[in-house]
Design a protein around this ligand. Structure first.
Ligand code: TXA
Ligand code: MG
Length: 342
């Protein structure tokens, strides 16, 4: 692994891409691990480095609209409105794809997910590579997405990649993924661009797998939604309801656990303000996820990664409300908790 400060010359990273290798670069959402989207072998390397299942397609990143024309069959009116309003930015749109895109990018689907990031380093990098860049989030498959440089360096230390430092990711959650069907915008993965914002463009629906567990053999619209994702190896439980009810539930749970084993190590990840109902003991740790949903979004993956370092026996996580950015956070938390919800 090689490391580049964002002020360094990007040439060595661009050489890497031209030679069919992988480069980790910052975007406004999370870091991506990128390769030339038109080079089938380079794309294969990304699947290999991440340990990514062969049936989970990649997003293609572009730096200008000419690139889009090369990649997709057509752009309909609603898609054009979405582009005008949200690009460059954290929105991925699923389009019918042209044949230039190798089949391994899309895992043989006829569609391709495309986005133009707003992060300046990302756009400069893509534009200087002079090719579209596939980039899944920079993490080993199943782990929380990379948003902190240290987490990324830890995880990819042994790999032949270059990492471009862009500081902590601004948003911290991946892009909103949408598909336009018969005039309706369907949200396949919620993100920073919310349901309310999209609804101003056209009528919008949220795919049911966004906030529910997909059935065992269910065909899901966004393949990424069915894989084990973000979950620490320590058991996590998501606690839902009004803030005060959440606090009551957690306190009850803690008391029960302590009655069974007085030394059990418990963590509580709480939102916004310190819980009013708290049990002060050495083996119970309270950690703030953020003062508001923006802060939670920004820190959540780093917090989830840290859970495994501290090795508690069980972690209770206060859920956020399913509105605005909260929908995207909730979507990640139910997966981190492997659908253990109380
Ligand atoms: O913010 C982001 O989107 C980040 C940064 C690096 O841009 N990238 C990212 O990529 O999150 P990844 O690979 O971790 O997630 C891609 C998601 C997956 O859930 C995948 O199933 C979905 O997009 N996807 C990709 N192509 C698709 C397609 N043709 N149809 C439906 N879903 C697709
Ligand atoms: Mg990912």
């Amino acid at each position: 692994m090689k490391y580049l400060d964002s002020n360094d010359d990007l040439n060595i990273a661009i050489e890497y891409i031209k030679n069919g290798k992988a480069v980790i670069f910052p975007t406004e959402t999370v870091y991506g691990i990128g390769a030339n989207a038109l080079d089938r072998n380079a794309v294969d390397k990304i699947f290999k480095i991440k340990g990514r299942p062969q049936n989970n397609p990649l997003i293609v990143h572009i730096s200008n609209m000419d690139m889009l024309k090369e990649l997709v069959v057509e752009v309909n009116d609603i898609e054009q409105k979405l582009i005008d309003k949200f690009w460059p930015g954290p929105l991925t749109i699923i389009f019918p794809k042209k044949d230039v895109i190798p089949n391994n990018v899309t895992c043989n689907l006829e569609t391709v997910g495309i986005r133009m990031p707003s992060n300046e380093i990302a756009r400069k990098f893509i534009s200087e590579c002079e090719c579209p860049i596939v980039a899944p989030s920079a993490n080993k498959s199943g782990k929380p997405s990379g948003t902190f440089l240290d987490d990324i360096l830890d995880e990819f230390m042994e790999e032949d990649v270059i990492v471009i430092d862009g500081g902590q990711s601004e948003i911290g959650l991946e892009s909103t993924v949408v598909k336009v069907n018969n005039g309706i915008i369907e949200i396949l993965r919620p993100g920073y661009i919310t349901y309310d914002e999209l609804s101003k463009i056209a009528s919008t629906i949220i795919n049911k797998n966004v906030i529910e567990k997909p059935k065992e053999n269910e065909q899901v619209e966004s393949p990424g939604m069915k894989f084990r994702h973000y979950a620490p190896s320590v058991k996590c439980v998501l606690v839902v309801g009004e803030k005060i009810d959440i606090e009551k539930k957690i306190l009850n749970e803690i008391q029960e656990k302590i009655n069974e084993n007085k030394d059990i190590k418990i963590e509580v990840l709480y939102k916004y303000n310190e819980p009013t109902l708290k049990l002060e003991r050495d083996n119970i740790k309270y950690i703030c996820m953020g003062k508001n949903d923006e802060e939670i979004s920004k820190q959540i993956y780093h917090l989830l990664r840290d859970i495994d370092k501290r090795k508690a026996d069980i972690v209770y996580i206060e859920s956020v409300d399913k509105k605005g950015l909260g929908i995207a956070i909730y979507n990640r938390l139910i997966r981190a908790c492997e659908y253990n919800i109380i």
